[in-house]
Design a protein around this ligand. Structure first.
Ligand SMILES: [Zn+2]
Length: 263
């Protein structure tokens, strides 16, 4: 569990960094120029190298150096992955606190918490609130899988990042009574990787859980045959109707769109 104080600390540092970024924006709103953001966060160099970890942050004499794994640079999705890892490493840099003119110290917290906090912060950086707001202003609140794909393409982030991010503010960004579930298709046991829905879902249907097997969730909806891609399936609740639509926007994943209609 992440502490509110740690979340608040990183959130205010990310916000300050992004405010400054927006003030000095020269190009378009999307995608966020992470190399520029990194520079403003005190990263003096970004090196792409062959290594086992996906990313690393080192504090050198003239600031931070970020190392990004270059091993799979040309594989599909590598570009998006690398952007997310860079954002994650920027968050590590933001978790240093200045003690005096020439001394900095890493904020104290558990290692697992630090990693999960930096993943959360990476989502804020690659897909900032102002980017989602901008998208929603142009396209309306998100109600289709196509919109999710368009936002992911515009912002150069994965579907996972988009859907996780939408879940942070569903009442602002999602159409009322709509929800989305991302499942990884090529995993041995396809699992749920991201969910986004408003409070309407609680108590109406079994809530999809992160890392739950996709099949377990589907079967809990009392729905026992495979959903045909693109077709809409109706599940009668008591009261109300649930419309479930499965799409396959990228080779590695399925997106379920859920729409609840009051009965
Ligand atoms: Zn990390």
């Amino acid at each position: 569990m992440l502490k509110d104080s740690d979340l608040g600390f990183l959130n205010s540092r990310v916000s300050a960094l992004l405010e400054n970024h927006v003030r000095n924006l020269q190009g378009g709103i999307v995608p966020v120029d992470l190399e520029k953001v990194a520079l403003a966060a005190g990263v003096s160099r970004i090196d792409r190298v062959m290594m086992i970890p996906e990313g690393a942050l080192v504090h050198g004499e003239s600031g931070f150096v970020v190392y990004l794994q270059a091993n799979f640079q040309h594989s599909p999705g590598a570009h998006l992955k690398q952007r997310f890892v860079l954002a994650h490493e920027i968050c590590h840099a933001l978790l240093y606190e200045r003690i005096d003119a020439n001394k900095i110290r890493r904020r104290r917290m558990g290692e697992a918490e630090r990693e999960s906090l930096c993943n959360r912060g990476a989502g804020w950086l690659v897909l900032p609130e102002f980017v989602v707001d901008w998208f929603v202003q142009r396209n309306g609140r998100i109600r289709t899988t196509e919109q999710i794909l368009a936002l992911a393409t515009d912002a150069q982030v994965s579907l996972e990042t988009v859907i996780r991010r939408l879940h942070e503010n569903p009442s602002k960004w999602l159409e009322v009574d709509h929800g989305f579930v991302l499942a990884q298709a090529h995993a041995e046991v396809p699992t749920i990787r991201a969910v986004a829905y408003g409070p309407w879902m609680w108590g109406k249907i079994p809530v999809p859980q992160l890392y739950q097997a996709e099949k377990d969730w589907i079967s809990k909806l009392r729905f026992d045959h495979d959903l045909v891609e693109g077709s809409e399936t109706t599940i009668h609740l008591n009261p109300g109707i649930l419309r479930l639509e499965k799409a396959h926007p990228r080779s590695s994943s399925y997106v379920y769109k859920i729409r609840h209609e009051a009965g």
